[in-house]
Structures are given as C-alpha cells and as structure tokens.
Design a protein around this ligand. Structure first.
Ligand code: SF4
Length: 315
C-alpha cells in the first residue's frame, strides 16, 4: 500500500480432510478472505502478493505450479463461493450460460450438453422451474436463489474442496439456514472438504467440525467446535463468544470486546490483541507475538496465559 507494507496474513497454517468442515472465524479485516484468496490464487496482484509458504493439495504445492496448471485446479478441484452473489455473477450473461461455461471450459462440452448440465445443476440446488429459468439473468433472481446459482457453479465439476466465503452474510436468517442445509447436503453426497469463512458464530456451531480463529492476520486458536464453545482457550475467542446474546441470558448485559482491531499497518508489538485483552500483562506487550501451542489433543492456542484463562474460566 502507499502507506507501507501490510502483512494481511502471517504464519497461518491449517489442514482439511475429506468430508470435514473447517470454519475460519474472525472479525472483518482479520485475514479470513485473504487466506481464501491466497489458497485459490485469486489475490489482486498488485497490491496483494504471496511472499512465502505453501498451499499443498494432494501433496502438490500449488504455489509452485505454473499458472496454466493452477487454473486447472481452480474450479475443478478447489472451488469457491463468494459472499455477494450479485457482484460475483456476471450481470450481462444468463445464469445458465455462466454455469455451462464451467463444462465448456474445463470439460470441452458443446453448447447444448453444457446447457443440459447447467439445468441439472440448477435442479440439484433446488431452483424451481430450472428449465424455464436457465436463460434468466442474475438480477431476475432473489438473493437466496442467486447464492444457489453460485453454489451450482462451484460444485459443477465436483471439487474436492469448497471454500465458502461468508456465503450467507447478505441473506436473511431463514434463507441463511436453507443455504447452509444445502451446502451440508451437497457435502454429504460428494464427500468434499468445506472451508467456511464466517464471522457468524451461530452458523459455525451448526455445521463445523473444527474452528480456526483468526485475529490480525494470525491464527489464535484452533480446536474442535465443541471444545471451543464449551471452553474457549484464547481470550479473543472467549470475547467473541461472550458478545453473542444467549436465550438463557435474560437480563444479562452483553460483554462486548472493547476497542477495534488494529490497522495492519500498525500492529502493536507483542500480542496484537493486547490493547483489547482483559488478561494482558507486561509480557503480552513486548517481543514477538505468541505462537500456537498445543494445549490438549488437537487443540492449539496462541496466548502467553492460556493456562490461566482456562483456570479462571473453570472457577
Ligand atoms: Fe491476552 Fe496476552 Fe493472551 Fe494476547 S497473549 S491474548 S494479550 S493474555
């Protein structure tokens, strides 16, 4: 950036298995979407550059592949759905044409076969009257239906990994639930791994197997979904959970996390969360940020005081 170099993600590492749903959680600006774009190889360059690291898929580091080969992986093996389907879809082409393009480009299908596949996919994601609506334009669909079209495009080639970047944020609550049910159903059918990027703790609780919490471009906690909800180990995760209204919390004040996430151009020394953390001590304000350490089987937290946080919570 003109003002300097912003490290949007730094030291982030995670894995994903077949059929698994990993939720990447964090506030806006924590680096969730940039992580997804870096994995997909669709960062806007400039200003974004991947300057190190690996993105391994089936043993191959995608960052080392020539762009032509990477394009073959993108969409066919690893696909992505975006938050705002209206801006992600091309407004001047019918939706069927856009879905069919996947088959023409990647599979060399002819026009009529590709359209037939598009109709099948529209039916699979439950768009009513798919045959009649295959030539309709994105603006002629509701928000929920447009998101279904995005999902149809993403699953067209049966990808092994689907990255869903805030797929329900722009939708109302009932449609959100329908879209999440649909994603889960498609995952059960195909066995794909799902990376769900969200700031919505409700969505995560219902569908994720594991959670990775990001703050200021770093992972601060990773664990199974039940462990995180029952006993968050990192003060930031704890703060996120405490700021959600509870049905059994009538009369209780919500405990918001004070302050704002730091600018990526001015990350505080030590732990980036220290100005907002109620557990912070002197050690948190100096030196390098704490690294992720295993606190129990498969559970990691990046905090100097994880043990104390868990002990205080248990009291
Ligand atoms: Fe809070 Fe310190 Fe832990 Fe950071 S390292 S989360 S500031 S207690």
């Amino acid at each position: 950036m003109r003002e300097g170099v912003a490290k949007a993600i730094n030291g982030v590492s995670f894995d994903l298995s077949e059929r698994e749903t990993l939720a990447i959680l964090g506030e806006s600006g924590s680096g969730k979407s940039v992580t997804a774009q870096a994995v997909m190889g669709i960062l806007d360059t400039p200003p974004g550059y991947v300057t190190g690291g690996e993105v391994r898929y089936c043993g191959v580091d995608l960052l080392r592949l020539p762009e032509k080969q990477r394009q073959k992986v993108r969409g066919a093996e690893i696909a992505m759905i975006f938050q705002d389907a209206l801006s992600a879809l091309n407004p001047v082409f019918p939706v069927g044409w856009q879905i069919a393009e996947m088959f023409r480009k990647h599979r060399g299908a002819n026009r009529s076969d590709a359209y037939a596949e598009a109709i099948k996919l529209m039916e699979r994601v439950r768009i009513p009257a798919a045959k009649q609506r295959v030539r309709a334009y994105p603006h002629q669909f509701s928000g929920g239906m447009r998101q279904r079209i995005m999902i149809a495009m993403a699953i067209a080639l049966n990808p092994a990994v689907l990255i869903a970047d805030e797929p329900t944020t722009a939708l109302d609550v009932t449609v959100q639930a329908q879209i999440m049910d649909l994603l889960k159903e498609l995952q059960d059918e195909s066995g794909m791994g799902l990376i769900l990027i969200t700031h919505d703790l409700g969505v995560v609780a219902n569908v994720a197997d594991r959670i990775a919490v990001m703050y200021s471009g770093r992972l601060v906690e990773t664990a199974g979904v039940r462990e995180v909800y029952a006993e968050p180990a990192h003060p930031y995760t704890k703060g996120l959970l405490e700021s959600v209204p509870r049905l059994d919390g009538k009369g209780q004040e919500l405990r918001a996390i004070g302050g704002l996430p730091p600018s990526l151009l001015a990350i505080p020394p030590g732990c980036a969360f220290n100005p907002r953390c109620r557990y912070a001590t002197d050690i948190c304000r100096v030196g390098a940020p704490p690294v992720l350490e295993e606190i129990s089987n498969g559970r990691f937290s990046a905090c100097h005081h994880t043990k104390e946080v868990l002990e205080w919570a248990a009291k």
